[in-house]
Design a protein around this ligand. Structure first.
Ligand SMILES: Cc1cc2nc3c(=O)[nH]c(=O)nc-3n(C[C@H](O)[C@H](O)[C@H](O)COP(=O)(O)O)c2cc1C
Length: 410
């Protein structure tokens, strides 16, 4: 029998803890986000459909993107016991410089479309967190303005080689002059992938006002207020001619780029040359033999060839083949700090986040990006502590098993 008594008012009083309400709506909104998926939900609510879908979507049936995220979930972590450290060291060296965390911000095109603070928010947040920021050739902020937003931090430039080569070469020289220390040469975009959501939404650049977009705007007045009261949304380094992002890409990109272009680019840029979009071992080996400074295993966040290999699945094999000879970074599908820890454990030196940062940007501008970085950093630290490692260097393949769901028929 449970012994009962009358409720004691003093005891009830002790239990009552009314916290001071957070009056800042943005702060309240962002603090309610505990995961990147939470930021995604907030972003979706606040961003017009065409802009959200441009960011959130991928190519064709979006199988690559879903598989990439699934692959990170299909792992098992193996913790070691009784080695706990009070603090963990999450810093690393990558492409000749430091990073406070094992991830950086990936290059993304048309970033101010998502939220008008765009690259300035990303570069500022990256600088404050001590991680690198990458600016896309298709960025909406100039090289020099990014440098001004992140004057002491590391800035990287992503290069698309365009039909008009001089435009690309000029951007490369400008990035070098502004002190950008690493160049990502993206090689997975001979033509644009089929972003079907953009087609279905009638999404164009600049965004067109149609009956559909106006109806969609009604519940999202703040996005439109921002959009209409800030400088015009346009590519910072490219004159756009209208159309979908895919059509613009196809018009601007040179599909005939080859390994020979590497030589020219190296001649223009004194910093590190890293090839982004590597998707098999043979190409990785060839690039190493050509003397590149690093590679990024990536399928462009599933936005190019749908059903391309999942980079995280490719990682162990590429590490085995060229890991001793070059620095390997990885992206596509990273939605949590645990995904980043798993990548490092399997031999990646670094990771990049695309959408994870953009969801933060859409959810709350600069503070939203700060929140995204904080969430990932917190998850990284906790995962490392639970695994019983005190530094990234202690992580190894013994900490992760990849569980098979889709495997090749041999
Ligand atoms: C909206 C958006 C725009 C992108 N634009 C570019 C780009 O201009 N250049 C590039 O090399 N990669 C671009 N990417 C690919 C990212 O650099 C990165 O490879 C990808 O986002 C990683 O996958 P994740 O979004 O799952 O993190 C873009 C990705 C997104 C989501």
């Amino acid at each position: 029998m449970v012994k009962r008594q009358l409720p004691n008012p003093a005891e009830i009083f002790e239990l009552m803890q009314f916290r001071k309400p957070e009056l800042d709506a943005k702060k309240r909104r962002l603090e309610s986000a505990l995961t990147i998926y939470d930021l995604r939900r907030i972003a979706k609510r606040r961003t017009p459909r065409a802009a959200f879908d441009y960011t959130d979507g991928a190519a064709e049936q979006e199988l690559s993107m879903r598989r990439a995220r699934q692959a990170f979930q299909d792992i098992e972590f193996h913790p070691s016991i009784l080695r706990g450290a009070a603090e963990v060291d999450t810093s690393c060296e990558i492409f000749g410089g430091p990073s406070a965390l094992p991830f950086g911000i990936a290059p993304t095109g048309f970033t101010r479309l998502m939220q008008t603070e765009g690259e300035i928010a990303g570069a500022g947040a990256a600088g404050a967190a001590g991680i690198p920021f990458s600016l896309s050739t298709l960025g909406t902020t100039s090289i020099e303005d990014v440098k001004a937003a992140n004057p002491r931090g590391r800035n990287w430039f992503q290069l698309y080689v365009m039909r008009d080569r001089e435009i690309s070469y000029d951007l490369t020289r400008r990035a070098a002059a502004a002190g950008f220390d690493t160049l990502f040469f993206t090689v997975d975009t001979p033509v644009a992938g089929a972003r079907l959501r953009d087609k279905r939404n009638g999404f164009s650049i600049p965004p067109a006002l149609t009956v559909k977009t106006i109806v969609d705007a009604i519940p999202r007045p703040w996005w439109w207020y921002d959009f209409l009261t800030t400088p015009k949304l346009e590519f910072a380094s490219l004159s756009s001619t209208g159309g979908t992002v895919g059509e613009l890409l196809d018009a601007a990109m040179d599909p005939t780029i080859s390994f020979d272009d590497l030589e020219t680019i190296r001649g223009l840029f004194p910093g590190k040359i890293v090839i982004k979009g590597v998707q098999n071992v043979a190409d990785a080996r060839k690039l190493v033999d050509l003397g590149v400074d690093g590679i990024v295993l990536s399928n462009h966040g599933g936005r190019q060839l749908d059903r391309a290999p999942v980079p995280f699945r490719l990682l162990p094999e590429v590490v085995r083949e060229v890991g001793k000879d070059t620095e390997i970074a990885i992206d596509t599908g990273i939605m949590s700090g645990a995904d980043i820890v798993a990548s490092i454990a399997l031999g990646a030196k670094f990771t990049l986040i695309g959408r994870a940062y953009l969801y933060g940007l859409m959810a709350g501008g600069r503070e939203g990006v700060d929140r995204a970085i904080w969430i990932l950093a917190d998850q990284i630290r906790r995962t490392m502590k639970l695994l019983g490692v005190a530094s990234l260097a202690e992580l190894g393949p013994q900490h992760v098993t990849q569980l098979t769901r889709l495997q090749p028929v041999r």
